[in-house]
Write a protein of this length. Structure first.
Length: 260
């Protein structure tokens, strides 16, 4: 239940920053760079205060998270929030459950319920390119979920320094690779809440790994779909249909099944 509470808090943070990300005018790696720059001072302080730092796992995590963030930006540039968000968040736990090769039947059953719920929710919002990019985002999510679980639970990487190294490395890499990133600094006010909510949401996920298996946490993160749909109903004034309500019910049922 502790893991479920942490994942619920994470879902609220995650859905909020995704909604904010969808609304920004600057798209692509440049905005990802700005978000990293905003939190750079905190990362530097954490690293200076750390007694020991495990660099290489965090660098691999950084590469996976950067690919995820850039692909997500691209997806939001070409498709609706209502398409990209449920597909990217709902497909990832199924991939994790399969790749983790768990022997718990309820994890597979819960993942299947989540996937069915997402498909039902999205049937009226079909956008081929958005769905394709959403699936690529889901693959990135599954990859960094499995890697970060290994780094935290097996390599015993410190949570805060792990996040700090990833942020510092991401800023360094994007500073070299991204053109016109300095002009994007004008978006720092929009980047600030995203830069705070992004590590907060994922930090809660990494903390949840201390209380539950990676498959359980991955499927539990599908609560993001529920929160995202509620945001869509209330903030974006999207239609509340029977299909979407049925899909939400299936997602919640899947998460509860995995958490029991």
């Amino acid at each position: 239940m502790i893991a479920l509470a942490l994942l619920t808090a994470s879902a609220c943070c995650h859905a909020t920053w995704n909604l904010l990300m969808k609304s920004v005018s600057t798209k692509g790696p440049a905005f990802v760079w700005v978000c990293g720059v905003v939190t750079l001072p905190v990362s530097v302080v954490l690293l200076l205060r750390a007694s020991s730092i495990t660099w290489w796992p965090a660098l691999i995590s950084m590469a996976l998270h950067t690919l995820y963030a850039v692909t997500l930006q691209k997806a939001y540039a070409v498709a609706d929030f209502a398409t990209v968000y449920p597909v990217s968040r709902g497909s990832a736990p199924v991939l994790v459950a399969l790749l983790a090769e768990t022997s718990n039947w309820h994890v597979y059953a819960g993942a299947a319920l989540v996937l069915c719920g997402v498909l039902v929710m999205d049937r009226l919002q079909l956008q081929a390119r958005g769905i394709t990019l959403g699936l690529v985002v889901a693959i990135c999510t599954a990859a960094y979920t499995l890697w970060d679980a290994y780094a935290i639970t097996t390599l015993h990487a410190d949570l805060l320094t792990y996040l700090a190294v990833g942020n510092l490395a991401q800023v360094a890499v994007l500073s070299v690779l991204v053109r016109g990133h300095r002009a994007a600094l004008g978006e720092w006010r929009r980047a600030l809440p995203i830069a705070v909510l992004t590590p907060a949401s994922y930090g809660l996920v990494l903390l949840a790994l201390s209380f539950a298996s990676v498959s359980t946490v991955a499927v539990g993160r599908s609560l993001n779909v529920v929160i995202g749909a509620l945001v869509g109903f209330v903030v974006l004034h999207e239609r509340v249909t029977r299909a979407r309500l049925a899909g939400l019910a299936a997602v919640v049922a899947g998460v509860v099944l995995v958490s029991t």
